[in-house]
Design a protein around this ligand. Structure first.
Ligand SMILES: Nc1ncnc2c1ncn2[C@@H]1O[C@H](COP(=O)(O)OP(=O)(O)OP(=O)(O)O)[C@@H](O)[C@H]1O
Length: 428
């Protein structure tokens, strides 16, 4: 999301104490649930409380994942969001519209103009071409043929299917068909994407590719995405935030890191215990923010003083245009002060830069190249420092050993300005 921070964001999707009960006298069942009757007791009476007291908000541009085992209520929840099911109690809102207050016409309009769905089983029309399938939503919107084709072709290109518009779905692999489903949703140009187990039918490798593609597309398109999955790793990879569902209730809402580090209850804790934390935790979770900046005229003495003042072990060195040049270490600086050296010559060592969203596992790979510390850069801005000792202790605390390719880059020595980061202590 962009814009000034004081901008108040209005949630695009909102659920307030939503209930959905299937069976006899559903309203009465809601009252009983509110009064503390267990879901199992209702179940014994043949009444299913599919969704119980669900509240959440999805902000514009967010990927919000609803994650839970089979039968936990995910599909029921998403069907209430798009108005296919009316909540037994509570309130659902999409793009400012109160979903359950819309009549059929209003609902159709909402689905046509604001919401696109992507399903597990593609739902492609087999006798229509890929292009016509991608343009399907636009046909419903009443757009003319040539505009439709152009927009569909653009969407197909976005998902890597440029040039396939004339083929039939049957000529495509499963992964490609799912891309057509995604292209159809994108072509419709709606703000909201509802994705119900959208990648669950795909082979693991293709699935991962689709996840990467969704993340990449989302960076450009900034849609509001409600994504349903029963796969925890998928939830953790995709979700800006994740709602964990169990037996109809949302038991926790949080980022992947929050859920891993601070599970709301034993159920969640058990659920996440086998997740490879080194792939979920990122540079931003272990980095330490830069706490000071100094000018180029300031040498080892100032650096030394700053390091002590701020209790830091490393200073990142940047030039006058704030480009990162390297890192100086506490012992080198101390020795330079003893020698009465006036500038930072010879003290600045190359530093490896990483993006804030690089996984811990990949930091480990980066640390093999960078002896002392990593610089965390958001574009050209230094946003944090990870002393090696911090990273190693973080890795040790999550038991991670995996190493993979990282988006890493080394920069050489120099001097001028320096930004300081707190000394590396153990992060656990
Ligand atoms: N139309 C219906 N009538 C009766 N019970 C229903 C209906 N739809 C869903 N249920 C029940 O509601 C509960 C939640 O189902 P739901 O499909 O929402 O779960 P889910 O998390 O999406 O599961 P899955 O991943 O298997 O689709 C289940 O016990 C299911 O049997």
């Amino acid at each position: 999301m962009s814009g000034p921070e004081e901008l108040i964001t209005v949630p695009v999707i909102k659920a307030e104490h939503a209930y959905k009960v299937f069976g006899r006298r559903p309203e009465r069942a809601v009252e009983r649930l509110r009064a503390g009757t267990a879901r199992e007791e209702l179940h014994r009476e043949g009444v299913t409380a599919a969704v119980i007291d669900a509240s959440f908000e999805v902000d514009a541009g967010e990927i919000f994942v609803v994650m839970g085992l089979s039968g936990s209520g995910k599909s029921t929840l998403i069907r209430m969001v798009n108005g296919l099911l009316t909540p037994t109690a509570g309130h659902l809102e999409v793009a400012g519209h109160s979903v359950q207050d819309l009549d059929d016409r209003g609902l159709r309009k909402l689905r046509r103009e604001q919401i696109s769905m992507v399903f597990q089983h593609f739902a492609l029309l087999p006798h229509r071409t890929v292009g016509e399938n991608a343009a399907y939503g636009l046909t419903l919107q009443g757009m003319n043929r040539s505009d439709r084709q152009a927009q569909a072709e653009k969407a197909l290109e976005m998902v890597g299917l440029g040039g396939w518009g004339g083929s039939l779905p049957g000529e495509l692999s499963g992964g490609m068909r799912q891309r057509v489903g995604l292209a159809r949703a994108l072509a419709a140009g709606t703000e909201v994407l509802l994705m119900d187990e959208a990648f669950s039918a795909l082979d693991p490798l293709i699935r991962r590719e689709m996840q990467d593609q969704l993340i990449e597309l989302q960076q450009r398109l900034d849609k509001t995405i409600l994504f349903i999955t029963h796969d925890l790793n998928e939830a953790m990879r995709l979700g800006d935030r994740i709602a964990m569902m169990r037996d109809g209730r949302i038991v926790q809402i949080g980022t992947a890191e929050q859920i891993l580090n601070d599970p709301a209850n034993d159920y969640v804790a058990q659920f996440v215990q086998d997740v490879d934390r080194t792939r979920v935790l990122t540079a931003s979770s272990v980095m330490e923010p830069p706490v000071a900046v100094l000018g180029s005229e300031q040498g080892p003495r100032t650096a030394h003083r700053l390091m002590r003042e701020h209790q830091v072990s490393h200073l990142m060195v940047v030039d006058r245009s704030y480009s990162l040049l390297g890192v100086v270490r506490e012992d080198d600086v101390a020795r330079a002060v003893e020698r009465q050296q006036d500038d930072l010559t010879g003290l600045v060592e190359p530093v490896v830069t990483v993006a804030p969203d690089v996984a811990l596992a990949d930091l480990f790979a980066a640390s093999a190249v960078s002896p002392d510390a990593l610089a965390v850069m958001e574009g050209t801005r230094l946003v944090g420092v990870i002393p090696r000792v911090t990273m190693l202790s973080a890795l040790a605390s999550v038991g991670g050993q995996k190493v993979a390719d990282a988006d890493i880059q080394a920069v050489g020595g120099g001097q001028a300005f320096a930004a300081a980061a707190p000394a590396g202590g153990g992060h656990s």
